[in-house]
Write a protein that binds this ligand. Structure first.
Ligand SMILES: [Mn+2]
Length: 439
């Protein structure tokens, strides 16, 4: 384990950042094509930890604000008037911040936040949208906000070179973490031990934050989709599922791998692992510009249904099983989500499409892929007691599932393999390809 900090990417310089901010703002203005409307973006404020006096959660600027300012500072407001352009209001550094945090006051490139009030008063009769963290004191137009946010998301989804460079930094740190904990994946060690070493290596390798709470689940805990690591030791022959990611300057990596605690899969584990892998590769092949995200999901769902029929957990014609959603008893989530600025980036339902809240599993987005999109592809197979014992599920899929076989596998846990995929004109690029997959 090396303690060296990787060099910052050559794009991540003041000039490189300024150039991208200008490009992003121009792209957003073009997409909006505003007449007389004005827009404000709030950075958000520090959030106190309840009951802990002056303790605060780590501050994270709202993604929409961060995207257009690259500034991780509370209280700021970026404003836009189509007649006059952008105005960047920032909170001056206080004496307390200098005293307690060693903050410097000379790097604030913006107008003092106290001038925002006047800026708003001058435009009080015009329609206004408040994006980012809601700016207090403004009467905003919700219909306008929905429309502008939708257009902004469209721009944000196509990652620029600076964003990709930061995602690659986050990926390298995550990859180093997963490599470092391999010797710990043996019976007797605990989920918590793995978490600690994993996160330490993320930070040693350049991550500046966690993209999300680390998931480590051994044995039956591997069937809990977002399991919080516990002191439970791994048992002989168990599966260990790790889903984790480092973050770098707001940009996330999100990788899942599943390992056998004893160094080798049992035949049943190997068969289902191979099946999850096949589903992932089939979905990956569909990650091309123009492909509907729903079809990427259905491609993986069909491979899983076919495999589970062969394995003996499902019965029937795979196409029909997918139509009825029977594979979702064992693959109870969507194939993935947008990843980038934060671990859940700007996924959306394409304008004019119905948000299907009642479908199971609920897909996080419903739109065609475009070059520059980065998605996770993360099929999985789990034996989840809560689903297998759900009366409604048992009734709905009575004939489609071999419930007795499932019952015998109740301690199996689960398998998930997750990669991050960049859509390009030349096809999919797996950003996480340096993290080994076992089969
Ligand atoms: Mn994910």
């Amino acid at each position: 384990m090396s303690a060296s900090t990787p060099a910052a990417t050559s794009l991540d310089t003041p000039d490189g950042i300024a150039a991208q901010l200008e490009r992003r703002r121009r792209a957003v203005v073009e997409a909006w094509n505003l007449g007389d409307e004005v827009v404000v973006f709030g950075a958000g404020d520090r959030v106190p930890v309840p009951g802990r006096a002056d303790r605060m959660y780590p501050f994270r600027a709202h993604s929409e604000y961060l995207y257009l300012t690259d500034r991780e500072r509370p209280g700021g407001v970026l404003a836009f008037d189509p007649h006059e352009g952008w105005a960047d209001f920032v909170t001056p550094v206080t004496r307390d911040e200098r005293l307690w945090e060693g903050a410097h006051g000379d790097a604030q490139d913006g107008r003092p936040a106290s001038e925002l009030e006047g800026w708003l008063v001058e435009r009080r009769d015009r329609p206004l949208a408040s994006l980012g963290a809601r700016v207090a004191r403004v009467a905003a137009d919700e219909t306008l906000e929905t429309e502008l946010r939708y257009a902004l998301n469209h721009v944000r989804r196509q990652k620029d070179e600076l964003e990709l460079a930061r995602m690659r930094m986050a990926e390298r740190a995550t990859s180093a973490g997963l490599a470092a904990i391999q010797p710990l994946l043996v019976p007797g060690n605990s989920e918590r031990q793995v978490q600690i070493e994993l996160e330490a290596e993320f930070f040693r390798s350049g991550a500046d934050f966690l993209a999300f709470d680390t998931i480590v689940g051994g044995g039956p805990n591997a069937a809990v989709l977002h399991f919080t690591p516990s002191p439970r030791p791994f048992g002989d022959g168990e599966l260990i599922l790790i889903d984790a990611g480092g973050e770098y300057r707001g940009y996330a990596s999100d990788i899942t791998r599943t390992y056998p605690a004893s160094g080798e899969f049992t035949p049943e584990q190997a068969e289902l692992y191979g099946l999850v892998r096949s589903a992932g590769l089939a979905a990956l092949a569909r990650c091309t510009a123009g492909t509907e995200w729903r079809d990427v999901h259905l491609t993986a769902a069909l491979v899983i249904a076919e495999g589970l029929v062969e394995f003996g957990l499902l019965r029937g014609r795979p196409e029909l099983l997918v139509e009825q959603g029977a594979q979702s008893v064992f693959f109870p989530h969507g194939i993935g989500h947008m990843v980038g600025l934060g671990v859940r980036d700007a996924g959306d339902v394409l304008k004019g499409r119905l948000q299907r809240d009642d479908e199971f599993p609920r897909l996080r987005m419903d739109l065609p892929l475009l070059p520059g999109h980065v998605v996770t592809v993360e099929p999985g197979i789990y034996l989840v007691p809560a689903l297998l014992h759900d009366p409604e599920f048992r009734e709905r899929h009575r004939d489609a599932v071999d419930w007795e076989r499932a019952e015998r596998l109740l301690d199996f846990g689960g398998i998930r393999i997750e990669d991050n995929v960049l859509i390009t004109d030349e096809g999919p690029e797996v950003l996480t390809a340096d993290v080994p997959v076992l089969i």
